[in-house]
Design a protein around this ligand. Structure first.
Ligand code: NAI
Length: 718
C-alpha cells in the first residue's frame, strides 16, 4: 500500500512525520494513511533517545477529513471491516499520545475532521495563521460524527457542554485565531519558520508530557455526568438540541450527543469504542449518504464548473455596473466589491443610488466590529463602489447586472438606456427572479450576450447563484457569468429558461401546497410544525410573509395572464383574501400569516381560522410533511423533463442552497432516489397522495426507469 507519511529523524533526535499522500492533492484518512501511521508508530516506539515528534504536512492544507468516496459506499455488511479500520486508526493515535515523548502538531493549513483529530492526539498544537486556513470538526454537516477520537478528546479537553456547543454540534470551521480562543489549539504563529521553531522549543521545554486525561489528577472540565452539577443540566441537552434543530430529527446530532454523553461516563478506551459504534450507525445509514452526496460530491461538481462551457477562455471583469440600488442591487454591488471588483451602481436619483454604499457601510462596519476584516480593508471595499443617477457614469463597464423592479417593460427600458455606453461586448445580466430571460433578451440587439443571474436574498449570506440560459444566450455569456459567480464566491447552478426558472418555480409549489393545507382547514401551526420537523429551515407561512404575499400574488397573476397551464388553487383564494380583504400583505407591513411587533415575528393570526371554507378533514402529520416534500420533488422532476433543469446535480444543490429544501435529503432529486423503496417507492407513494389529495401528485410514468437512465450517484463515478 502507498506510504502517505514521510519519516525523518534529525540530528537533534526529533522525528518529523510529514503527512503527504502522493496520490492526492490533500491528505485523507484512507486505508493507506492507516497503514502508514501503523508503520510510523512501530518505528517511533523502536527509536532510541527520541527527543520528540513533530507532525506536519507537505500539502498546502494539513489534512482533510475521512475518505468520503469509500464512506458513501458503506453498507451494513461493511460494519465489521469499518470497525476494524477505525480501531486501527484510534489505536495508533493512542500510541502516539502515550509515547512518553513530546508530540507536537505543526498545523500548517486547514485541519478539518480527521486532520484535527490527529492534532488532538498530539500533546501540543500550533497552528499557522495561513490565509483561508480552517480548523474544526465539520462531520455533523455531512451527517457524520468525528470518529477518530474527535468526540472523545474534545469532550475531555473542553468539557461536555462546551465541546458540544462550540465544536461538535455546529461543525464550525474556525480560523486559527478562533480555534485558539476556543481552546482547540495552543498557539498561533505567523510564518512556517516560526511554526517549526516553536514546535522544537516546546519539545525542548516539555520532555515528558502527557495528555491531561492521562494525568492522575485529571478532572473533566465542567464535571462528568456523574457529578451533581452536570447531572442536573443533562436533561436539558436533548431539549436544547431539539430546539436548535427546530424539531427536526437528524441522526448525526443525536448520535454526537449520545456519543459525547456516554463517552464522558467511561474510561477513554471505552469512550473511543462508543464513538466508533455511533459512527458506524451513521455511516451505514441513508442520511449520511445523502449529505455526503450533496455537500461533497455535488457541490464539488457544481463549483468545479461541470456546467461551464469548457472551450471558452476566462475573461476577467474590469468594471461592473449594477442597475437598481434596492435590496438586491445593493447586495450584489457589495458582494462584487468585496471580491475586488470595481462597481458602479445606478438608480433613479443620487439618493436612491447612495443606498448601495450605505448598505455596504453597514455590513463592513459589522465585519470590522466582529474582527472579520480590518478598517483599511473595509475602506478599500467601500472605495470600489461608486453610485450615480447618470447613464454616462457606466461608460466602458464590461458587465451589467440589472436589479430594478420586477417589471418586464422597465427592465427592457433600462437595458436600452445603458447599452450605448457599455463596452461593446459587455455581458448583459438580469437578476429577475421569475421573468423569462428569452423575453427580456428580445429587447436588446445582442441576445447572445444576455443571461439571467438570479441571486438570493440576503446576497451577502446566500451562497447560491442561479444562472439562467435563454434560448439565444451564447456559451461565452454563460462562461462569463459562471466565472463571475465563482469570483464572488457563489455556487452557480445553470438552468434553462422558463417562468420562475427552477428555484422560484419549485419554492412556489411548496408555498402553494402549505397555504392550500391551511385553506383546507389544517391548523396553520400544524403546517408550520410539519415543515420544520421535516427539516425545512423556515415554515412555509413564515416564508410566504418574508417573500410578501403581494409579490406572491403578483407573480401568480403574471403567470395566469401568460400561460394556459395556469390552474386556480385554494391557496390562491386564501392569499387574495389575506391581501385584499384583510390587508395582511406580509412581514414588511407588519402583518401577514403572522403578526409582527417591532419587526419580530409574533403569533399566527387567529383570524385565519375564519377564512377556511373546506370542512377540514384530519390530515396525518406525515402526509402534511410529504405533501410539501413531494410537491417540490415532483415539480423538480417536471423541470428535468421539460429541460429547465439540465442536471440533477444542479437540482440538488439549488434546492438546498437556494430554497431551503431539507439538507438531510441531499437535495430534491436525491430525495426521490433515497425514498424507501427507491424511485419506485416514491412513485407508489405519490400515486397514493394523488388518490387522496389530487392529480398534482401523479408521478411521471416510468419514473424509476427514467431516473435510472440519468446520471449515477456521484460516488459511483468518482
Ligand atoms: P427593490 O424594490 O428593493 O429595488 C429596486 C430598485 O430599482 C429601487 O431602488 C428603484 O429605485 C430602482 N429602479 C427603478 N427604476 C430604475 C431605473 N430606471 N434605473 C435604475 N434603477 C431603477 O427590489 P429588489 O427586491 O431589490 O428586487 C430587484 C430585482 O431583483 C427584481 O427583479 C426582483 O424580482 C429580483 N429579485 C428579488 C429578490 C428578493 O428576494 N427581493 C431575490 C432575487 C431576485
Amino acid at each position: 500500500m502507498t506510504n502517505t507519511i514521510r519519516y525523518d529523524r534529525g540530528a537533534d533526535g526529533i522525528v518529523t512525520l510529514t503527512l503527504d499522500d502522493p496520490t492526492q492533492s490533500a491528505n485523507t484518512m484512507n486505508r493507506a494513511y492507516a497503514a502508514s501511521m501503523s508503520v510510523a508508530l512501530d518505528r517511533l516506539e523502536a527509536e532510541h533517545d527520541l527527543a520528540g515528534v513533530i507532525v506536519t504536512s507537505a500539502k498546502s492544507t494539513f489534512f482533510a477529513g475521512g475518505d468520503l468516496p469509500e464512506m458513501i459506499r458503506a453498507t451494513r455488511a461493511d460494519a465489521p471491516d469499518l470497525a476494524a479500520l477505525l480501531g486501527t486508526i484510534k489505536r495508533d493515535l493512542r500510541r502516539l499520545e502515550t509515547l512518553g515523548r513530546p508530540v507536537v502538531a505543526a498545523v500548517n493549513g486547514s485541519a478539518l475532521g480527521g486532520g484535527l483529530e490527529i492534532a488532538l492526539a498530539c500533546h501540543h498544537r500550533i497552528a499557522l495563521d495561513a490565509p483561508g486556513s480552517r480548523l474544526g470538526l465539520p462531520e455533523v454537516t455531512l451527517g457524520l460524527l468525528p470518529g477518530a477520537g474527535g468526540v472523545t478528546r474534545t469532550v475531555r479537553m473542553l468539557g461536555l457542554a462546551s465541546a458540544l456547543t462550540t465544536v461538535l454540534l455546529t461543525g464550525r470551521r474556525m480560523r486559527p485565531t478562533d480555534a485558539l480562543s476556543v481552546g482547540l489549539v495552543d498557539e498561533v504563529v505567523a510564518t512556517p519558520t516560526e511554526l517549526l521553531e516553536r514546535a522544537r522549543a516546546w519539545i525542548a521545554a516539555n520532555p515528558h508530557p502527557a495528555q491531561p486525561w492521562d494525568r492522575p489528577d485529571y478532572r473533566m472540565p465542567g464535571g462528568t455526568p456523574a457529578s451533581r452539577s452536570l447531572a442536573a443540566q443533562l436533561p436539558a441537552f436533548p431539549a436544547t438540541l431539539r430546539k436548535q434543530l427546530k424539531g427536526a430529527r437528524l441522526p448525526a446530532p443525536e448520535a454526537i450527543l449520545a456519543a459525547a454523553v456516554e463517552g464522558a461516563q467511561v474510561d477513554l478506551e471505552t469512550a473511543l469504542t462508543v464513538e466508533t459504534r455511533h459512527l458506524i450507525g451513521l455511516l451505514t445509514g441513508q442520511v449520511a449518504k445523502n449529505m455526503i452526496g450533496a455537500f461533497f460530491f455535488d457541490l464539488k461538481a457544481v463549483n468545479g464548473g461541470a456546467a461551464r462551457p469548457a472551450d471558452v477562455d476566462a475573461a476577467p471583469v474590469r468594471r461592473l455596473a449594477v442597475l437598481g440600488a434596492g435590496m438586491m442591487g445593493a447586495g450584489i454591488a457589495y458582494a462584487c466589491a468585496k471580491a475586488g471588483l470595481d462597481v458602479v451602481v445606478k438608480d433613479v436619483t443620487p439618493e436612491a443610488a447612495g443606498r448601495a454604499r450605505e448598505h455596504a457601510e453597514r455590513l463592513l462596519a459589522r465585519a470590522v466590529r466582529k474582527g472579520r476584516t480590518t478598517e483599511a480593508d473595509a475602506r478599500a471595499v467601500l472605495d470600489r463602489i461608486t453610485t450615480t443617477d447618470q447613464v454616462d457614469a457606466l461608460a466602458g463597464c464590461d458587465v451589467v447586472i440589472e436589479a430594478v423592479f420586477e417589471d418586464p417593460a422597465l427592465k427592457q427600458r433600462v437595458f436600452a438606456e445603458v447599452l450605448p455606453v457599455l463596452a461593446p461586448d459587455a455581458l448583459l445580466a438580469s437578476n429577475t427572479s421569475t421573468l423569462p430571460i428569452t423575453g427580456l433578451a428580445a429587447g436588446v440587439d445582442r441576445p447572445a450576450d444576455f443571461i439571467g443571474m438570479h441571486f438570493f436574498s440576503p446576497v451577502d449570506r446566500m451562497p447560491l447563484l442561479e444562472i439562467v440560459v435563454g434560448e439565444r444566450t451564447g456559451d461565452v455569456a454563460l462562461a462569463r457569468a459562471f466565472d463571475l459567480g465563482r469570483r464572488i464566491g457563489k455556487t452557480p447552478i445553470v438552468v434553462n429558461d422558463g417562468r420562475g426558472f427552477f428555484t422560484s418555480r419549485v419554492i412556489g409549489k411548496f408555498i402553494d401546497e402549505a397555504v392550500g393545507m391551511v385553506a383546507e382547514g389544517v391548523p396553520a401551526a400544524s403546517v408550520e410544525q410539519a415543515a420544520l420537523q421535516a427539516g425545512y429551515p423556515t415554515g412555509p407561512l413564515a416564508l410566504a410573509d418574508e417573500v410578501s404575499l403581494t409579490l406572491i400574488q403578483r407573480i401568480r397573476r403574471q403567470f395566469e395572464a401568460a400561460s394556459e397551464e395556469f390552474r386556480p388553487l385554494p391557496a390562491h383564494r386564501l392569499v387574495d383574501e389575506l391581501v385584499d380583504a384583510y390587508d395582511r400583505p406580509g412581514r414588511a407591513a407588519g402583518r401577514g400569516f403572522y403578526s409582527y411587533d417591532d419587526g419580530t415575528r409574533g403569533r399566527l393570526w387567529p383570524g385565519l381560522a375564519d377564512l377556511i371554507t373546506d370542512a377540514g378533514r384530519a390530515v396525518p402529520f406525515t402526509d402534511l410533511q410529504e405533501r410539501m416534500l413531494f410537491a417540490e420533488a415532483l415539480d423538480a422532476l417536471r423541470c428535468l423533463d421539460e429541460g429547465v433543469l439540465r442536471t440533477e446535480t444542479d437540482a440538488n444543490i439549488g434546492s438546498i442552497f437556494g430554497i431551503g429544501f431539507p439538507a438531510w435529503t441531499g437535495g430534491v432529486i436525491r430525495y426521490v432516489r433515497q425514498y424507501a423503496g427507491g424511485p419506485a417507492g416514491f412513485a407508489a407513494r405519490a400515486t397514493e397522495l394523488a388518490g387522496i389529495y389530487g392529480d398534482r401528485f401523479t408521478p411521471p410514468a416510468d419514473l424509476a426507469d427514467r431516473l435510472a437512465a440519468l446520471r449515477a450517484e456521484p460516488a459511483d463515478v468518482a
